[in-house]
Design a protein around this ligand. Structure first.
Ligand SMILES: [Zn+2]
Ligand SMILES: [Zn+2]
Length: 276
């Protein structure tokens, strides 16, 4: 399992084949292309879009959770996808003669979902070839208001006892998972560049698929990331969704060649050995 910017990540992602990015510590998964065994444990799955490599495992996920006595999962799903997904699950229920218990919550850009007192998911429109939603996880922290920061601890305590509000709350983006997208999304959702951990797709990495062809398919090319290298302020970036045409050795070599050193240092490619 990977640990990036303080988050344990258990992930598999190969373009066109299977994507499921899990955060066991948050009881959260993004997409469920084929339902890895470990993902059965995740009670909340946030779906970015309905391509099969991102949604194909959803019925199996619901079924396996029911089979093993786990509570029905929550699926956050782009609103446009919900009617067809309900119909698909209804068909599976008839075929499988099972209930496939789950809760499907439609999600629109701008929606928020609370994951606890100090944690919420915020949704935004992603830039792909089908209706897509990206997610960011924001966490709330309390810090001293600027005017009290130079005071000694005892003075702060006295102020607190006297009922003065010495702290202010700040929300910061912890994690961003835009799903399959064109690079242009970085202009529309600049918080992606500030999230402590960014999970970013890079489907194509060299001239075998050109930037223009890549954009046509609604994906990001490594050259586009390199061209914006100085924009990324993230502590860590997990690059995912590489096309199956690249071997792990090629992926590493291409990242080394094409990314400036400061960005390369913060980038972890998600390769098959990291899966499951
Ligand atoms: Zn995909
Ligand atoms: Zn896709």
């Amino acid at each position: 399992m990977l640990v990036l910017a303080g988050h344990a990540v258990q992930a598999v992602s190969v373009g066109g084949l299977e994507t499921c990015v899990q955060f066991p510590g948050l009881d959260l998964a993004f997409d469920i292309g084929r339902c890895p065994r470990s993902a059965v444990q995740r009670s909340r799955v946030l779906i970015t879009h309905a391509h099969l490599d991102h949604l194909g495992g959803i019925a199996m996920h619901a079924a396996t959770r029911a089979l093993t006595g786990l509570e029905p999962p929550l699926y956050l799903v782009p609103a446009e996808v919900v009617p067809d997904l309900e119909a698909l699950l209804a068909t599976w229920r008839r075929l499988d003669r099972s209930r496939l218990p789950c809760r499907i919550v439609p999600c629109r850009p701008g929606d928020t979902l609370s994951l606890g007192r100090d944690l919420e998911v915020r949704a935004y429109r992603s830039d792909h070839v089908v209706p897509s939603i990206g997610y960011a996880l924001w966490s709330r922290k309390h810090r001293l208001k600027p005017e009290y920061r130079s005071l000694p601890g005892s003075a702060i305590r006295d102020l607190r006892y006297a009922g003065t509000q010495v702290a202010e709350e700040v929300w910061t983006p912890d994690l961003a998972v835009p799903g399959d997208t064109r690079i242009d999304l970085l202009d529309q959702e600049p918080t992606l560049l500030d999230a402590r951990l960014l999970v970013l797709e890079a489907t194509f990495l060299d001239e075998r698929v050109t930037v223009a062809q890549c954009r046509e398919k609604g994906h990001i090319h490594l050259d586009e990331i390199a061209a914006r290298a100085s924009d990324f302020r993230n502590q860590a970036i997990l690059l995912t969704h590489f096309s199956a045409r690249y071997t792990p050795a090629e992926v590493r070599a291409l990242l080394d060649q094409r990314l400036p050193r400061d960005l390369r240092r913060r980038v972890t490619p998600l390769l098959p050995r990291d899966a499951r």
